[in-house]
Design a protein around this ligand. Sequence first.
Ligand SMILES: [Zn+2]
Length: 147
Amino acid sequence: MRKLCHCGQEMSLDFRVLIFESVIEIDRVPIFECEQCNHYEVLSAIKPDLLALLGEVKASREQGLVLFNEVNELVDVMYGIYRSWNDTGSPSFEALLDQKCKERINLLLDVYGCAKEMQDRDWMDDISKRLTQISCFVNNSQFSRAN
Ligand SMILES: [Zn+2]
């Protein structure tokens, strides 16, 4: 998964800790990074969720570390692929991501079914939120458009 930097160099996908206002740390945030000029940017597909998370953490006045992949399904799928994927070109990161996202959606739908059967409203809400995070991305299909 790559994107072109303003310096002309290709940027590659990485995950890093971002620190906000020196108190909130969010780890495992997917970014594009340029080795040439050290420029980096947060993936635009997850920016709205990252901002929403920051708002929540600020409102709760809790300090410390949040693992972004634990609160965002899309990031969790990406992080899973990132850790096990080697850049041999086949299958491509994008193809794997597409496939894994679809698998995750099916899984979440199953879990939602369980939650519904148990009439667990909180659980259902949680699953719906996670489904939204991941299906928005799949429906908008990919970084090529998102960037
Ligand atoms: Zn650059």
